[in-house]
Design a protein around this ligand. Structure first.
Ligand code: FAD
Length: 293
């Protein structure tokens, strides 16, 4: 079994390589800048950052004969590449997986369903896979891959205009500590009352969908959940978040979860390691005080 692992994001590339390592021999394609190490691949194809997905996918199709499966990190780019390859080859694609095994020529995959409440185990003829973000702890592998250029064809996509998102470019997926606020924060102005805690724990600020999307109290790239970022920090502090499954889907891989909510029946208390029933505005300053000691 030989796999080609693809990503335009070094962390996603390492997560996908970690999934494949030990199950198949593999090469990697990295679309980006900088030195790549620790992926464990035999051959590393590097492609210039910003190369359109169809040009990369066409390049992969040129060398596809050398590989049994394609595994892409599930960034927007990775999903485009995987979709393009599956469409062109007619191969079945298994998407957003977090587990991959092979038995009797079949792929056995696992992925979350119903907003992360259920795990679906599937057996299929899939040859194209996307790896769900943030659900696999990326490992470093020793290797000195042979470096090659991927054959790149002209893109058929013409970009007429790029409208940059108004966002701070935060990478919650890499954060070790996240302080996340929900509708219980009450207003945009109240977020400043949480910032001393964010600073004290040296964390990243995140939020639920109402906070990031509906009210715009935080930027969209700080949203955690099914339709937001999938995070896996060592510590996730949920403040005034009820704990609906769509939110849990984004943070259930956190190592330790602390929740503060004034409703003792809030579902978040089923998902946390430490729960405090009470008002965030009364409790957070006390925690900050203790941390300062
Ligand atoms: C297709 C789809 C995708 C979705 N994707 C996402 C997603 O990616 N991420 C996401 O978060 N949601 C997502 N949602 C929305 C999700 O269903 C919930 O509506 C949302 O998570 C609720 O956000 P919340 O917990 O901030 O608000 P609420 O459910 O309103 O909870 C607020 C909580 O704050 C508590 N509270 C209020 N005041 C205080 C106080 N002073 N001190 C302490 N506690 C207080 C309340 O008791 C309550 O439990 C999605 C929904 C759909 C349909």
């Amino acid at each position: 079994m030989k796999a080609l692992v693809v990503s335009d994001d070094i962390n996603f590339l390492k997560q996908a390589c970690t999934l494949v390592n030990g199950k198949a021999e593999y090469d990697a394609v990295y679309v980006g800048e900088g030195r790549v190490s620790g992926v464990g691949a035999s051959t590393l194809y590097t492609v210039k950052k910003g190369t359109p997905y169809d040009a990369v996918a066409d390049g992969i199709l040129e060398i596809m004969g050398n590989y049994d499966i394609i595994v892409a990190g599930s960034t927007e780019f990775g999903r485009e590449v995987a979709g393009y390859i599956a469409g062109k080859t007619g191969y079945y694609a298994a998407t957003e997986i977090f587990s991959l095994e092979f038995s009797n020529g079949k792929a056995k995959t696992k992925r979350f369903f119903y907003g992360g409440k259920t795990v679906i185990e599937e057996e299929s003829d899939a040859k194209v896979f996307t790896v769900a973000p943030g659900v696999i702890e990326a490992k470093e592998f020793e290797s000195k891959p042979e470096e090659k250029d991927l054959p790149i064809k002209p893109s058929k996509v013409r970009v007429n205009k790029v409208v940059p998102k108004n966002a701070g470019g935060v990478r919650l997926e890499d954060a070790k500590i996240i302080v996340s606020v929900g509708r219980g924060i009450g207003s945009k102005e109240n977020i400043s009352k949480i910032e001393p805690l964010v600073n004290a724990v040296k964390g990243e600020l995140a939020g639920s969908r109402p906070v990031c999307m509906d009210y715009g109290w935080l930027s969209e790239d700080r949203q955690v959940g099914l339709s937001g970022k999938k995070v896996s920090p060592k510590l996730y502090i949920a403040l005034g978040i009820s704990g609906q499954i769509q939110h849990i889907a984004g943070m259930r891989n956190s190592k330790t979860v602390i929740a503060i909510n004034k409703d003792k029946n809030a579902p978040i208390f089923q998902e946390c390691d430490y729960g405090i029933v009470g008002d965030i505005f009364a409790i957070v300053p006390k925690i900050v005080e203790e941390l300062k000691k």
